[in-house]
Design a protein around this ligand. Structure first.
Ligand code: SAH
Ligand code: SF4
Length: 360
């Protein structure tokens, strides 16, 4: 693709109309093009069969639609798919598609990346180890959903536009450190003429970017906020999630209380279970003290082991013990079903560029 072509992906209908007028074409063409992009994930003007031949040629010389290409993919035994996508500057990101239900009518949750790498550097996370390269533009986040859906449709031989029903911002990167692009991408995914994914079907996960949480509260959205907690005392959390040094637990709690008071929505807390690290009775007591007043949902995630990192996944009895302490303490707790770990597609295992992980 030629970098100085005009990028049409990410323009809303009004912007596309202005663009068409600016190149001396009829405004109504914008709607046709928009439909091709968002219903059919088309990125070649030559495939837009209801545009006049001359217009297709003209657009091809001056514009582009950079829906990222799926370079490689892997499919897990449980049906989870991991896609390696290439961006315009050849940087690579990963997205994960997780089937909900089985059979012909199953829908997928897509786990999207918001950054290439991640600047936070959590000590247990593969993405965090790979360092930070850059933020994604909002149209790259939307393009990731379109590119993944195109590939999924192709593989499943499906024409179903609603194949992807949920979006979780839990891939590579910290969404609230790429705030503006993240919000714009949510509006685009949610827009009825875009992908039409309901706000209640969208979850944003943060490592605890307190100022971003407050900003998000003021957006008046119906999305779910998930906060990656992982420790309930500052010493341990400083070590696991270095962002805690900037926003210690007291600052994080203030931001979450603000979020709840403004949005009236329950917040989910993610807690990765690291054997011998954050699962003692004392850890359980600290969590109950911190979270009980917040009417929170707690989601325990057994650690997905990462090559080269020293953390280990706890045994099932230890997981059950920790779960029971929390439940007895009155917390609303669930255990996250592990998906895709056989293809390194589970939470925290994404690190793109390690293409030997892919067979295709
Ligand atoms: N940066 C954001 C969103 C991406 S990470 C965040 O940290 O919330 C999504 C979730 O996966 C987070 O809860 C994260 O802590 C968790 N995670 C990271 N590495 C993991 C691993 N190896 N095993 C299990 N969960 C992990
Ligand atoms: Fe970044 Fe989230 Fe991984 Fe921490 S867990 S390094 S914030 S992607």
């Amino acid at each position: 693709m030629v970098p100085n072509k005009d990028e049409l992906l990410g323009k809303d209908i009004e912007e596309l109309e202005s663009y068409m007028i600016s190149i001396g074409e009829a405004a109504f063409r914008a709607r046709q093009i928009f439909k091709w992009i968002y219903s059919k994930e088309v990125n070649s003007f030559y495939d837009m069969s209801d545009l006049p031949r001359e217009l297709r040629k003209k657009l091809d010389t001056m514009a582009q639609i950079s829906i990222p290409r799926v370079l490689k993919q892997r499919v897990s035994q449980d049906g989870t798919r991991k896609y390696l996508l290439e961006l315009r500057d050849k940087k690579r990101i990963e997205s994960v598609l997780i089937p909900q239900g089985s059979g012909k009518n199953s829908r997928y949750t897509i786990c999207v990346s918001t950054q290439v790498g991640c600047p936070i550097g959590c000590s247990f996370c593969a993405t965090g180890q790979a360092g930070f390269q850059r933020n994604l533009d909002y149209f790259e986040i939307v393009g990731q959903v379109l590119g993944s859906r195109r590939e999924l449709k192709r593989k499943l031989k499906s024409n179903e536009e609603n194949l992807i029903s949920n979006v979780v911002y839990m891939g590579m990167g910290e969404p609230l450190l790429n705030y503006n692009e993240m919000i714009k991408s949510i509006y685009m995914l949610n827009h009825p003429k875009g992908l039409g994914i309901g706000q209640r079907h969208i979850t944003v996960s943060t490592a605890g970017e307190a100022s971003g949480i407050k900003r998000l509260a003021d957006e008046g959205m119906q999305i779910t906020l998930a906060v990656s907690l992982h420790a309930c005392d500052d010493t341990l959390r400083n070590h696991l999630v270095p962002l805690n040094r900037k926003y210690p637990l007291s600052a994080l709690r203030d931001a979450i209380e603000y979020y709840i008071s403004v949005t009236n929505r329950r917040v989910t807390f993610e807690y990765v279970l690291l054997d011998e690290v954050n699962m003692s009775k004392r850890d359980a007591r600290n969590m109950i003290r911190l979270l009980k007043p917040l009417l929170a949902n707690v989601n325990l995630i057994p650690y997905n082991e990462v090559d080269g990192l020293d953390y280990t996944k706890p045994s099932p009895p230890r997981i059950q013990q920790f779960f029971a302490w929390l439940a007895e303490g009155g917390l609303n707790v669930t255990l996250r079903e592990e998906k895709g770990s056989d293809i390194m597609a589970a939470c925290g295992q994404l690190k793109a560029g390690y293409s030997k992980m892919y067979r295709n």
